[in-house]
Design a protein around this ligand. Structure first.
Ligand code: ADP
Ligand code: MG
Length: 160
């Protein structure tokens, strides 16, 4: 599916919509040139749970952990959003040193900018999302690679 986003607010709103339907355990790769709107979309996603969170690209740490109110009686609840930006990653093996965390777990969503740089280390994506420049806005395209990803895309495309 693809959707035209006319301005920054539309990109944020699309991030919020994604958050609304995104189940825990999902892994999303975000593609697009610098300035295409990847971090803006992630900001909308995260601020729909944490309105006051400052969301910028985790340039030096490579990954930022946003912890959501945990629900211990529901192991499938979304407890973490991990925002990766691998633009400055030299070698995927550097990701081994990120702390041995289980980022790709059932209670987390991973949103990964520049996944190309982490090839071989990252989990396979459920959804690949591409933002591209248009003369008067951006285009966002989604491709699902798993059943969970397909379910999400279906929900998004049936939302007016
Ligand atoms: P990236 O993370 O892909 O490098 P950013 O989200 O940091 O990009 O920056 C995107 C820039 O484009 C911001 O200045 C933002 O205001 C702007 N922007 C985001 N979405 C749109 C849109 N749909 N139309 C026009 N400008 C947008
Ligand atoms: Mg960015």
């Amino acid at each position: 599916m693809s959707i035209f986003l006319e301005d920054e607010q539309a990109t944020i709103a699309f991030g919020q919509l994604l958050a609304k339907y995104c189940p825990a355990g999902l892994n999303i790769y975000l593609y697009g040139d610098l300035g295409a709107g990847k971090t803006t979309l992630v900001r909308g996603f995260i601020q729909s749970f944490l309105p006051n969170a400052k969301v910028k690209s985790p340039t030096y740490t490579l990954v930022e952990d946003y912890e959501l109110a945990s629900s211990k009686n529901n192991p499938n609840a979304l407890n973490h959003v991990y925002h990766f930006d691998l633009y400055r990653l030299g070698d995927p093996e550097e990701l081994e040193y990120l702390g041995g965390r289980d980022y790709f777990s059932a209670d987390a969503v991973c949103l990964i900018e520049w996944p190309q740089r982490g090839e071989g280390w990252l989990s396979e994506p459920d959804v690949e999302l591409t933002l591209s420049y248009q003369p008067d806005g951006r285009l966002v395209e989604l491709n699902a690679h798993t059943q969970k990803g397909q379910d999400l895309v279906k929900k998004l495309s049936s939302t007016p």
